[in-house]
Write a protein that binds this ligand. Structure first.
Ligand code: MN
Ligand code: MN
Length: 466
């Protein structure tokens, strides 16, 4: 028989849809319907964490703080200040042999309200904002925005806010200059055309009926907020209110093959990991899922991956399985494996010049590995060891999971990072591994349904591997 050298020797990847059976096709679409539904009620890290906890509890997970002892097969979680959540399924083997960690993040770029946000100008009321994460500022004007978050009064009473999602709710927006008067603005660099200090949210226009009041529109807004939520202007000081796009996650394309939604970085990897974990029963290695906060601003703080709260969770697992001894946690990390599941820049034909085509993640070609991230000579990168990359390849190939490998853009064009290095610094073998996304960090990000489902399959295979 004649050898097909091309097929044998080239590393060529075709669209995953070409290898999709009718049965799998249906599974992909059903899975993504669930993802779209979950996204629409999980736009912020607090909402995602709450919904993740609810899903976990419905699948037999319990708060680790309520368990005295842990044994094989037990399922537990720990919610860190309502903004991140760690989950575990205790394995057959001792944790000393290493655990299998998947870590994603549930925060996404957005606009936050300033601590003193409310003002009136030109008979209109506004909220002043400070953007969160890497955004292109012009993308956040003239789109419908909703307000999500909490206001905590000085007496500790917490008010949850979610306005702009329900069809009956009002929405909010940030205005932009009309083209007729934008000659100067249009001559500016894209990054300077909209100033951060001008990303102010338009929230009202009707003045209060009181002759002697100053700032009548502002006062009317405060009256409405006081009646609805029982707050005064001072209560904004102890609030966390986030502006996110008010539009819904939807199927994209005549073929319904893609998903357009806000916050898919990195809720796509968070959701697929969470769903995979729900199906893990008595794994060999303890399965750990991290859904982290603050990745978009550097993972700092007590809800970010840099915090020691995750180590505390791991120590509690060791304590409650009765396995713990002095310094054991460090050994556990050194023998553990991790998929840092974060999105990758999908190859965009409209902006092909920023990518090296042979080292890009393509839509619908499966989950994408990033051996390293970083920028300018791999600076700051967590570079996965070749031995570990081989282990992951073997895992995916034996489970028939479609995967590709890429870099984040051409050399010296830019760069980025994830939580990978934080766990790698503890001694864990880590590789970045996630779903390719178009328009990353934009109010509407695009993924392929094929890749979403493949990520879910990949994460399940990883946790089930001994
Ligand atoms: Mn990310
Ligand atoms: Mn990001």
């Amino acid at each position: 028989m004649e050898r097909n050298l091309e097929k044998e020797l080239f590393n060529t990847k075709k669209s995953g849809w070409l290898e999709t059976s009718d049965e799998k096709f249906q599974k992909i679409f059903d899975f993504c319907d669930g993802y779209i539904e979950f996204l629409n009620r999980s736009k912020t890290e607090r909402e995602f964490a709450a919904n993740a906890r609810e899903l976990a509890e419905a699948n037999g997970f319990e708060d680790v703080n309520k368990k005295e002892r842990l044994k094989t097969g037990d399922k537990v979680y720990f919610v860190n200040r309502e903004k991140s959540i760690y989950l575990a399924v205790i394995g057959e083997q001792k944790m000393e042999n290493g655990v299998h960690i998947i870590g994603a993040h549930i925060d996404s770029p957005r606009l936050d309200l300033k601590p003193n946000p409310l003002y009136e100008d030109g008979e209109l009321a506004y909220f002043n904002t400070h953007y969160y994460g890497g955004i292109k500022k012009y993308q956040w004007t003239t789109i419908p925005l909703s307000i999500h978050g909490v206001i905590v009064k000085a007496n500790g009473e917490k008010i949850t806010i979610n306005i702009g999602e329900d069809e009956k709710d009002p929405i909010f927006t940030i205005t932009d200059l009309l083209p007729h008067l934008a000659k100067d603005q249009e001559g500016k660099k894209l990054r300077d055309a909209i100033e951060g200090e001008n990303l102010d949210l338009l929230i009202g226009s009707i003045p209060i009926m009181a002759d002697d009041a100053k700032s009548k529109v502002k006062l009317n807004i405060l009256k409405i907020l006081n009646e609805k939520y029982g707050i005064t202007e001072a209560d904004f000081m102890s609030s966390e209110l986030e502006l996110v796009p008010a539009f819904k996650a939807r199927s994209l394309g005549f073929d319904y093959g893609m998903i357009a939604a806000y916050g898919q970085d990195d809720k796509v990897c968070s959701y697929t990991a969470l769903k995979a974990l729900m199906e893990i029963q008595r794994p060999q290695k303890t399965a750990i899922c991290i859904l982290s906060d603050k990745e978009e601003i550097g993972s700092m703080g007590n809800t970010g991956m840099e915090s020691h709260v995750f180590d505390y969770f791991m120590s509690e697992l060791l304590n409650k399985t009765g396995e713990n001894r002095v310094n054991l946690l460090e050994k556990v990390f050194c023998y553990s494996k991790m998929l840092s599941s974060d999105v990758d820049a999908g190859f965009d034909p409209l902006y092909a010049s920023v990518s090296d085509k042979a080292n890009s993640g393509f839509m619908s070609k499966g989950i994408t590995l990033n051996k390293y991230t970083g920028a300018r000579g791999k600076s700051g990168a967590s570079d996965a060891n070749a031995e570990y990359v081989a282990w992951v390849r073997n895992l995916f190939e034996t489970n028939n999971i479609k995967y590709q490998i890429s870099e984040l853009g051409k050399v010296d064009v830019g760069g980025g990072g994830t939580i990978a290095y934080i766990l790698a610094n503890k001694g864990v073998d880590v590789i970045d591994c996630g779903v390719p996304v178009l328009s990353m960090h934009a109010p509407y990000e695009v993924t392929s349904k094929f890749d979403v489902y493949e990520a879910y399959r990949a994460y399940k295979a990883f946790w089930n591997k001994d």
